[in-house]
Design a protein around this ligand. Sequence first.
Ligand SMILES: C[S@@+](CC[C@H](N)C(=O)[O-])C[C@H]1O[C@@H](n2cnc3c(N)ncnc32)[C@H](O)[C@@H]1O
Length: 337
Amino acid sequence: MQYNPHMSAPPDLLTLVQHAVARRDPLARHDPATTVYRLVHGAGDGLPGVAVDRYADALVVTTHTPRLPDGLLPALVAAAQPQAIYLKRRPPESARLTEADIAALAPAEPAWGEAVPELTGRENGLAYRIRPGAGLHAGLFLDMREVRARVRDWAAGRTVLNTFAYTCAFGVAASAGGATRVLNIDLSRSTLAWGQDNYIANGLTPDPYDFVYGDVFDWLGRLARQSRTIAQRAQTFDLLILDPPSFARSRGQIFRAAQDYGRLVTLAAPVLAPGGLLLACCNLAQLSLDAFRRQVMVGLTAAGRTGRIIATHHEPTVDFPVAPGEHPYLKVLALEV
Ligand SMILES: C[S@@+](CC[C@H](N)C(=O)[O-])C[C@H]1O[C@@H](n2cnc3c(N)ncnc32)[C@H](O)[C@@H]1O
């Protein structure tokens, strides 16, 4: 990805980016509690293969192709006036990446502007530590904004299990909403430490025991066994969040959301307290909402449970516009189980 600082933006591209910026006015101008949102969403904004996330003064451009559209960076500088622009190239989902691969795909230094190694982004008044140059992701998946707001509402007085926690953004939202306990599990120690920083950024005191490093597939089995052997409901939760990657490796086994989501639900169901809320999330565009719903229901039935869907969410329409002829890619089902 080459950037020539003397290049100017072609007029058509500049117009597209200006339109994209104007579309986000409800967030940018009228919502001071939110400084992070998607600024350009691929084909939905007329720029297939390109996503631009605004994290306060830093922009993060993610591309699915090796080349950036000519003149994109000057257009972003002109239309959005960032302090820095970082670039990330999306690897194939199945790739095993070394540190060197990640450094090549997502350089730590900005492609334009002054480095912003870390900043605090705000979403609905909550603070999240953002590290624009810290790898393939900057610390917060912006398509979950509305879901995090719901989790904040639902969490009051509940115990919460946040699986595939990443930087624990759901954990922050649930804790801010008054959860009595949130257990975050992830396979990355560094993102769990980042999660603790996110708690601190919101004046929450993280208990290190609630940030569990490990494989979710193992831990669900372990918690389920404990819930059977320990007489109390010590290891069941009132709200269970499942947000796996579309593709994951787990002790030699491969998890593919398209085929295996139901199996994950079956494994998770024993850990959900009777009458509890299951939040099942999937961002695999190729899986339809119908097929996803079926997998979740079949997974519950296999565990001897039944669920009633009380809410369905997809990505926010204001900053994640759906291209003509396409469907939303994000599927989130909230079920009373
Ligand atoms: C899509 S992100 C989850 C996003 C997160 N729920 C949020 O709201 O920010 C996927 C996360 O799953 C973690 N992960 C992948 N496979 C895992 C496994 N087998 N056990 C635990 N965590 C895993 C990754 O480390 C990554 O942080």
